[in-house]
Design a protein around this ligand. Structure first.
Ligand SMILES: NC(=O)c1ccc[n+]([C@@H]2O[C@H](COP(=O)([O-])OP(=O)(O)OC[C@H]3O[C@@H](n4cnc5c(N)ncnc54)[C@H](OP(=O)(O)O)[C@@H]3O)[C@@H](O)[C@H]2O)c1
Length: 274
């Protein structure tokens, strides 16, 4: 199976590097297109894929196309590819796109007066996936929409690419938005947390260069402990809070400053932009 990336930005680079480094696919089977060809060629030399000069050329070269441009660009990009899209498998990583939305677009792009148009609507297969940036270090989360139109062997191949890069979890289309909020956006929220605790460490004398790795390792360790033990986070918190101890004072301060409410409000803001 040959794969192609439409767009080679942050997310596509993370996926492409991950797929190649984990040995799930050979570099000769990986192609990519992006408008800024100098940048694309520099990335191609660094990562090891074959750069191509147009999205149509990409569609001709690859069987499975990863749609990794910005969500608002997708309609124009796919309509520009036209009939070369027929018989391809599309793997979309774009926020806000679901199988239903792609089917509406493919119907719109299919011209019933043209045989090729009918083929396009019937023949293009779609799977929406929401990755997150920790995929770069093989600790990603991949939300895979339950509804899809991939062939079984294509889905199996896709899972074989994603699994080495993190947790692969199926979600129905109507839960992808909240799933994206809590897994796609949360790395930024946790980065804020790391930065804030590092500031506190600096405030009390730890050099900044030491503060980031210390806090990040503590966050990583707490997350891993929860994942490995499967324990309720409240129980793990209780284990650290000895009676009359210092940690419970910190917990109290977080509660007084509305920490949990702030976390939940951050997700409300993602879900209800205005
Ligand atoms: N970053 C994340 O954390 C994250 C998480 C989940 C999902 N996603 C999704 O991943 C997708 C890409 O996001 P990103 O963060 O990687 O964005 P990005 O770094 O800005 O990359 C966008 C890519 O799209 C390319 N592009 C622009 N116009 C194009 C066109 N007409 N045809 C083909 N490619 C075109 C750009 O090429 P040039 O550089 O040559 O202009 C660039 O390579 C988005 O749909 C986003 O929703 C991102």
């Amino acid at each position: 199976m040959k794969i192609g990336f439409i767009g080679m930005g942050n997310m596509a680079q993370a996926l492409c590097e991950g797929f190649l480094q984990s040995g799930s696919i050979d570099s000769k089977d990986v192609y990519a297109y992006a408008p800024h060809q100098d940048k694309l060629q520099a990335n191609a030399r660094r990562i090891g894929f074959t750069p191509v000069a147009s999205a149509t050329e990409l569609a001709k070269a690859a069987d499975m196309l990863f749609v990794a441009c910005k969500p608002y660009q997708i309609e124009a990009v796919l309509s520009g590819i036209g009939d070369a899209l027929a018989n391809k498998a599309l793997i979309s990583v774009a926020a806000g796109w679901t199988l239903e939305k792609y089917e509406l677009l493919l119907a719109k792009l299919s011209d019933p007066a043209k045989d090729e148009g009918e083929l396009l609507l019937d023949s293009v297969r779609v799977q929406c996936v929401m990755p997150n940036t920790p995929a770069m270090v093989r600790e990603g989360v991949f939300l895979v929409e339950t509804d899809h139109s991939l062939r079984p062997e294509e889905r199996e191949f896709l899972f074989s690419l994603l699994t080495p890069l993190g947790l692969v979890h199926e979600l129905p289309g109507h839960l992808l938005a909240i799933g994206t909020a809590v897994t796609g956006c949360s790395p930024a929220f946790v980065d804020l947390l790391i930065e804030a605790y590092a500031d506190a460490a600096v405030r009390y004398g730890i050099p900044r260069a030491d503060a980031y790795p210390l806090i990040s390792q503590a966050v990583l360790g707490a997350a891993k402990l929860q994942l490995v033990t499967g324990k309720h986070p409240g129980e793990l918190k209780d284990n650290v809070c000895s009676p009359s101890g210092t940690t419970i004072r910190g917990v109290q301060a977080l509660e007084e400053h509305g920490f949990r409410a702030a976390c939940m409000a951050s997700v409300d803001s993602v879900m209800n932009p205005s």
